[in-house]
Design a binder for this molecule. Structure first.
Ligand code: ZN
Length: 634
């Protein structure tokens, strides 16, 4: 049963004793309770748990503003109560939700026995305490976002309340229905964008850019379903890659002012990638369709949602993220529509195999009638080698190249594969299989790695432990990894004749610093070029894979022909996408099985071949729609 905000308030008043003063309010999909007596609500026997159970919503406790200490006084209390042995490195204040993050070397010392210190700070100052371990490498992006949130707390508080009011608006009469419209990434890879419409709500899932196309980079924003943009109820993001989140700022540029639901790592990585997209576009003389102010606007509208935390995103839609195994924070999106009358899962990009970084994609959804699944490697014969084989191939090409005194260029996405390849190289060097050489990281890879280190809960337990123990085993801080800072440094590496490995963006050789190394080193036989990720049609990477022996490139404003004389290899086993076998295994382990499966994120053959196999196996209805087609769900 769907409760109005008034009914929710009535339910709460039946639970809270009359002598406790409080006020119930809205904070996006959550119910916020403001009170001076937080101690009566929190804890295992507290009122908040009872309320949450009754109204079936997350309840967050907030102090009334008048009892909250200011930042300086709170800092003094924290320094007074937290023992020095905790080794505090930084405090981050978010006055929008009255929360302080204490970043320190020894979290257990800061929390105190059974959370006693954290509790005492909260009772004295009003601020809720989160304690986190100081990561081994510090991310500038994470620090910037936290600072930005502190500075914009007032505006964010109003926004979160408005999002809540929109979610709890009066019910619209009439029968329930739902449908999904393809606005991008259907029968193609790139510009992922799905649009879910019900009789009450309009939700956009992913807002990607088509990286391979300069002329047609945007999803179909002009389709009547999506217009007017300012009346979309919510945007939900599966992950931060540009082909899923790169066009989000455009929505804000053209008037969207609603919430963007995503996981905290997606928020951080998205800021990094969108900002870089502007920079790279600018340096190549192409104008990105938005600017930094649009990105900032979009950051202010982000609502963080962790995996497995259900939240309302629209009047008749609840949403839950779960691990998709593809990149940091990547998620499948489960939508429960109209009190469970229909459940739809968007797989996002996904990997159904445990990697060094991430667990295999989650397959346990309470219910799922429709699955929208990626089909990047969905065709018959799209099988990838295992991680072990990939490691072996990498070892072989590294060994061969270094024996020739050559240099190895790996074009990588800053996010996902580069960390996976770093871990594999680290392993080769540590085990003694290959003698270490400098490994240069160029183009945000170090910063992306730092963001990984800031979100240990989104990594495999083994990597999380190694990061937390800081025992020298953590691959991200090994001495052979060196960051390229600035064009001058890049120039000197290009000129240097000694062997080395370079991991540089972009992953498909369609811009970014990797172009510099490629232009200068590709002609030499002793060097190697090694692809570790998907190369989309229309990119330079794809043309090279097809065997082009020379390619025209624009160097210093002039078109020049670059001859390709180096060894070239593609290692498929590092892919962040499920291969055909894994896609089938993913659906196989879903229980119950979806009745409808919609295939996207692959060309027509990949989508229809995957669909055919699934149809034969599970007797479900399958679809491989074109962009702009709509499938009715309910
Ligand atoms: Zn992706």
């Amino acid at each position: 049963m769907r409760l109005t905000f008034k009914e929710i308030k009535d339910e709460i008043s039946k639970i809270v004793p009359r002598d406790i003063e409080y006020k119930a309010d809205l904070e996006a999909g959550d119910i916020a309770i403001f009170t001076n007596e937080i101690d009566k609500f929190v804890g295992s026997e507290g009122l908040a748990g009872k309320i949450s159970k009754k109204i079936k919503r997350r309840v967050v406790m907030r102090p009334n503003a008048e009892i909250v200490m200011d930042k300086e006084a709170t800092t003094a209390v924290i320094n007074d109560l937290v023992p020095e042995s905790a080794e505090i490195s930084e405090l981050f204040f978010d006055p929008c939700i009255w929360k302080v993050i204490i970043q320190c070397k020894n979290p257990s010392e800061a929390v105190g026995r059974r959370g006693a210190i954290a509790r005492e700070i909260r009772m004295k100052t009003g601020w809720e305490i989160t304690v986190e371990r100081t990561p081994p490498i510090i991310s500038k992006t994470v620090r910037d976002i936290r600072g930005y949130r502190e500075a914009n707390a007032e505006e964010r508080r109003k926004l979160l309340r408005n999002f809540g009011l929109n979610i709890h608006r009066p019910k619209r009469p009439g029968s329930t229905w739902a449908r999904v419209t393809a606005l991008g990434s259907y029968q193609e890879v790139g510009r992922a964008c799905h649009f879910v419409t019900t009789n009450e709500s309009r939700i956009m899932i992913d807002v990607g850019v088509n990286i391979a196309s300069d002329t047609d980079p945007m999803p179909y924003f002009t389709a009547p379903e999506a217009l007017p943009l300012e009346q979309i109820d919510a945007v939900v993001l599966t992950h931060a890659h540009l082909d899923h989140a790169g066009m989000l700022p455009v929505l804000f540029k053209y008037g969207y002012r609603g919430p963007v639901f995503c996981t905290p790592p997606t928020r951080d990585l998205m800021l990094l990638l969108q900002t870089d997209y502007l920079k790279v576009g600018g340096s190549e003389g192409k104008r990105a369709p938005y600017d930094m102010e649009d990105i900032r606007m979009c950051m202010r509208h982000v609502v963080d949602v962790d995996w497995n935390q259900t939240t309302d995103v629209a009047p008749d839609v609840k949403m839950t993220f779960s691990n998709a195994g593809h990149i940091l924070g990547s998620s499948a999106v489960h939508l429960n529509i109209a009190d469970g009358k229909h459940n739809i899962v968007f797989s996002g990009d996904q990997k159904f195999e445990k990697s060094w970084l991430f667990d295999a994609a989650n397959t346990r959804f309470p219910r799922c009638e429709t699955l929208v699944i990626e089909s990047t490697y969905g065709a018959a014969g799209d099988y990838q080698p295992s991680r072990e084989e990939a490691n072996q191939e990498l070892q072989d090409i590294v060994t061969r190249t270094l024996q020739r005194n050559g240099k190895l260029i790996c074009p990588v996405f800053a996010v996902g594969r580069s960390q996976e390849v770093m871990i594999a190289i680290d392993d080769l060097f540590r085990s003694g299989a290959v003698k270490p050489v400098p490994v240069w990281l160029d183009g945000m890879i170090q910063e992306a790695t730092a963001i990984h280190a800031s979100h240990p809960n989104y990594l495999t337990s083994a990597l999380r432990k190694s990061l937390q123990q800081d025992d020298g085993e953590n691959p991200f801080t090994s001495p052979w990894f060196r960051t390229v800072e600035g064009a001058q440094r890049r120039e000197s590496i290009v000129m240097d004749t000694s062997p080395c490995i370079v991991l540089a963006t972009s992953g498909m050789l369609n811009g970014g610093p990797v172009m510099n190394y490629f232009q200068n080193w590709a002609h030499e036989e002793r060097n190697s070029l090694c692809f570790v990720g998907y190369q989309a049609e229309g990119t330079l990477g794809r043309r090279l894979q097809k065997g082009f022996g020379e390619v025209p490139m624009i160097i210093d404003g002039r078109t020049e022909i670059v001859k390709v004389g180096c060894e070239m290899a593609t290692i498929d086993g590092f892919s962040g996408h499920s291969d055909r076998r894994q896609l089938l295994a993913f659906v196989d382990s879903m229980n119950p099985k979806p009745r409808n499966i919609i295939c996207h994120h692959g060309d027509y053959y990949k989508c229809s071949e995957l669909g055919k196999e699934l149809r034969d196996k599970y007797r479900c209805r399958t679809y491989a729609p074109k962009n702009l087609e709509t499938v009715r769900l309910l």
